[in-house]
Ligand binder design. Structure first.
Ligand code: ATP
Length: 453
């Protein structure tokens, strides 16, 4: 049984992320900036694979969803109508003893009144609303007339473009508009690595429907989204569905689920799936004076569609993928002695690098040439990494640590020197089982593509 605590596990994950170029602190050489992160060479691949897979299943593999890429800055009127300018806030409390700024729900209460989680102090201010939107000015004058905000969610662009998209796509209800993009929230207390950041990405779908379909579609999308997480390698028993109770739900929502994941730092939200009724479109219709109604050709009725919204966080999902993949096992080293092996067991579909190609020896020209030929053969289909330095066992370990699911080794048998039937075959090693099979070079593209799709 492992004696590693969850906190130690999290520490190891954070340090692996930095050491192997998954995630760095933003502006690190200047001491960083709280709640902001950069994705390194491998992190960017992981993130991209996640977003591409989401887009594939939510847009490309469906007839009823189209995409949008809206701007980050929008007319301030959008944020007034959506309610964000007045109400998108968290209750903030200051600790007068240690000067910490805290979210009111982060205070601890052990039955002796509210205490600061940092210093235990009880001298706290009353909670006051702190708006989470970043304010900025558009144009050369910095006055009230030029104020707007960095968007705190991507969804509003979908609502305000509803009519345009409906006209050009000629979709009939129910249908959806999907978007992936950056969102910004001036979180009072960013924490748990990238889990709560001030700049992050969302993957959102607004699925428009008739009022009578709303509750059924809420169930449908909750189930679809659970399948999605399983399909990227997150174990079902680590996923939980929280039915958000009436008193915590937005007043316009008729039903909301949070899909949660068991992170090492606790069970936390990955995605919200909410039935938002016709609130958003109604608000924008009212405020803009432009009709956002749908005309039903069969019944000849005009009405404002209702909407079900699955809203997922890219960064939180990437973090869940890394936490889920992180594992240590025992494997023999070059001399057959058992050692601890660090492996990221990513699903091949989201692994940053799909396949590494190794010539057995770097000073044998024919081996190197063959290995490079294989790299060229595979590159149009997947991200391949070539590595010729160090003992082959070390090269495997370096790839295990970043979750590369397949390793290909070009050896003397590939050259057909001893046994001509093995000419142009290689060993294909699978990361988790470490099993090796002998396969023909010409079959590699098909074999690998079928395993990483
Ligand atoms: P929380 O309660 O954790 O602040 P929320 O309920 O406010 O989250 P939503 O407004 O429903 O979150 O946003 C949808 C999704 O966007 C979340 O499920 C999450 O994946 C992501 N998200 C929201 N805020 C952040 C953040 N500060 N950092 C990273 N991801 C975020």
């Amino acid at each position: 049984m492992s004696t590693v605590t969850d906190a130690q596990r999290m520490e190891k994950i954070v340090s692996l992320c930095k050491r192997r170029g998954l995630i760095f602190q933003s502006s690190e050489i200047y001491g960083g900036l709280n709640g902001l992160w950069d994705y390194g060479p491998l992190g960017v691949e992981l993130k991209r694979n996640l977003k591409n897979y989401w887009w594939r299943v939510m847009v490309h593999e469906r007839d009823d969803v189209v995409g949008l890429d809206g701007s980050i800055l929008m007319n301030r009127a959008v944020w007034k109508a959506s309610g964000h300018e007045d109400t998108f806030s968290d209750p903030m409390v200051d600790c007068r003893s240690c000067k910490a700024r805290l979210r009111a729900d982060q205070l601890i209460d052990k039955g002796k009144g509210r205490q600061c989680p940092n210093c235990g102090g009880k001298d706290l201010t009353e909670p006051r609303a702190f708006n989470l939107m970043f304010k900025t000015y558009v144009g050369a004058t910095e006055d009230e007339s030029s104020v707007t905000y960095l968007r705190p969610e991507t969804a509003q662009a979908i609502f305000v473009q509803f009519k345009n998209v409906l006209e050009v796509s000629r979709k009939k209800l129910p249908f959806g508009i999907a978007q992936i993009g950056k969102a910004f929230r001036n979180e009072i207390n960013p924490r748990n690595f990238t889990f709560r950041s001030r700049e992050f990405e969302q993957m959102e779908l607004e699925y428009f429907c008739r009022a009578e379909e709303g509750m059924k579609l809420l169930e449908y999308w909750k189930d679809e989204r659970l399948k999605f997480y399983e399909n990227i390698g997150i174990a079902r028993d680590k996923l939980h569905v929280l039915t958000v109770p009436d008193e915590e739900r937005a007043f316009y929502s008729k039903g909301t689920y949070d899909i949660e994941y068991d992170f090492p730092f606790g069970r936390q939200e990955l995605e919200g799936v909410a039935y938002r009724t016709d609130y958003d479109l109604s608000q924008h219709q009212k405020a803009s004076g432009k009709s956002l109604e749908y005309f039903d050709e069969e019944t000849k009725q005009k009405f404002i569609p209702h909407v079900v919204e699955p809203s997922a966080g890219v960064d939180r999902t990437v973090l869940a993928l890394i936490c889920e993949a992180y594992s240590e096992d025992q494997a023999p080293d070059e001399k057959g002695k058992m050692e601890t092996r660090l492996v990221l067991r990513f699903h091949p579909r989201i692994a940053p690098i799909k396949c590494a190609v190794f010539p057995l020896l770097k000073n044998k020209e024919q081996l190197v040439a063959k290995a490079k030929e294989i790299v060229d053969l595979l590159r149009p289909q997947m991200f391949v990494f070539y590595d010729e330095s160090g003992a082959i066992g070390r090269r495997y370990r370096r790839q295990d640590e970043i979750g590369t699911p397949f390793g290909i080794t070009v050896d003397f048998e590939t050259l057909g020197e001893k046994d001509s039937t093995l000419r142009d075959t290689v060993t294909l090693r699978e990361r988790d089982s470490m099993k090796q099979e002998r396969v023909a070079i010409k079959d590699l593209p098909d074999i690998l593509v079928s395993r990483i799709r």
